[in-house]
Ligand binder design. Structure first.
Ligand code: NAD
Ligand code: TYD
Length: 337
């Protein structure tokens, strides 16, 4: 049996990847190490918690006594665990440095001692390239992260690379664009906007709404990671972009239409500090290996909007009863209101 360790597997992408891996690889056992921060939810794993090929471990990647033995037992590690929300990193960056940088360090140290490790996938992000006024980022471009989240991810990205270059740890680094799909925490633009609109609450659009993000369906992301686990080259970096560059204002209009709501529910608010104008990835390197996004954006967006509309059980307790969520929202949007 192949042993896969997923970190952060109770979060948005991690839980989708755990589900994907259990389904795609009947001979794999998935151990899932997650601290269950505000963003990590057991509910994200409701349909796989009882799967005998899935073991959930509630623990912190910074805790070497817990994380170390799990890495040492693994054939594959896919390391998603991180603090991920840019706006929170602007308010307070300490947890980002701790988890994203130091947590990655703890896992990489353990990887040096891991006897059967075939692959350590460091999940990085397109945000490490910084804002891209024109053209598309290739893997060899300079890293110019411009917010504390992106900088912490860039630190971990290069730290992981150094463990390949120095210690021969079988590291692959992936840099994906903005993911969308089910189980995304409702502080991120898409689930926040869809769920606000269901309650006729205005959607807070930062600045002039002209910022561009490249949207990647979470399952296309999972397929890209899987391909790299099997066929990637250690020490290499791979961009994973959806190829759907959309201005936030246009995304908002699409979500309004899918929600049967009018533009009067758009509420322009103060811009994010240091707001990156545009991200754009060239995925030519991964495409040359046979990967291509399979989910057309129109279809993926409609399905995703419908998922939040049909799964109130999942998001309403967070939005209405989670004290961490309420405190964050008041701090974030109170001042912009
Ligand atoms: P998320 O915030 O939804 O989930 C993060 C998960 O990590 C949560 O389950 C949380 O409990 C867990 N976690 C946090 N700190 C931990 C710790 N110290 N120990 C163990 N677990 C911990 O994030 P996401 O959107 O699913 O992103 C997953 C990864 O993908 C991150 O590394 C992120 O940087 C990267 N990424 C995300 C996107 C995107 O659009 N969401 C795009 C590119 C890359
Ligand atoms: P977000 O979902 O936070 O992802 P990221 O910052 O990692 O790209 O934001 C996506 C875009 O949407 C970004 O340009 C900021 C913008 N945005 C808003 O306009 N309003 C919001 O309430 C949020 C959360 C984001």
């Amino acid at each position: 049996m192949i042993k896969l360790l997923v970190t952060g597997g109770a979060g948005f992408i991690g839980s989708n990847f755990v589900r994907y891996a259990l389904h795609a690889h009947p001979d794999w056992h998935v151990t899932n190490l997650d601290k269950l921060t505000y963003a990590g939810r057991r509910e994200n794993l409701h349909d796989v918690m009882d799967n005998p090929r899935h073991t959930f471990v509630h623990g912190d990647i910074c805790d070497a006594a817990v994380a170390g033995p799990l890495v040492e037992a693994a054939h594959y590690v896919v390391h998603f665990a991180a603090e991920t929300h840019v706006d929170r990193s602007i308010m307070a960056a300490g947890d980002f440095i701790k988890t994203d940088v130091e947590g990655s360090f703890v896992l990489l140290e353990a990887a040096r001692r891991s006897p059967n490790l075939k692959r350590f996938v460091q999940i990085s992000t397109d945000e490490v390239y910084g804002s891209v006024p024109e053209g598309s980022s290739v893997e060899t471009d300079e890293l110019k992260p411009r917010n504390p989240y992106a900088a912490s991810k860039a630190g971990a990205d290069r730290l992981a690379y150094s463990y390949w270059a120095t210690h021969d740890v079988p590291v692959i680094v992936t840099r994906a664009s903005n993911n969308y799909g089910p189980y995304q925490f409702p502080e991120k633009i898409l689930p926040l906007f869809v769920t606000n609109l269901m309650d006729n609450i205005p959607v807070p659009l930062y600045g002039d709404g002209g910022n561009i993000r490249d949207w990647l369906h979470v399952l296309d992301h999972c397929r890209g990671i899987d391909l790299l686990l099997h066929s990637g080259v250690n020490g290499e970096v791979y961009n994973i972009g959806g190829g759907n560059e959309v201005k936030n204002i246009d995304l908002t209009h699409r979500v309004l239409k899918l929600s049967n709501k009018g533009t009067e529910l758009i509420k322009p608010v103060q811009d994010r500090k240091g707001h990156d104008r545009r991200y754009s990835l060239s995925s030519a390197k991964l495409k040359a290996m046979g990967w291509a996004p399979q989910v057309p954006f129109e279809q993926g967006l409609a399905e995703t909007v419908a998922w939040y509309q049909q799964n109130e059980w999942w998001w309403r307790p967070i939005k209405e009863r989670d004290p961490n969520y309420r405190a964050y929202m008041d701090a974030q949007y109170g001042k912009r209101g």
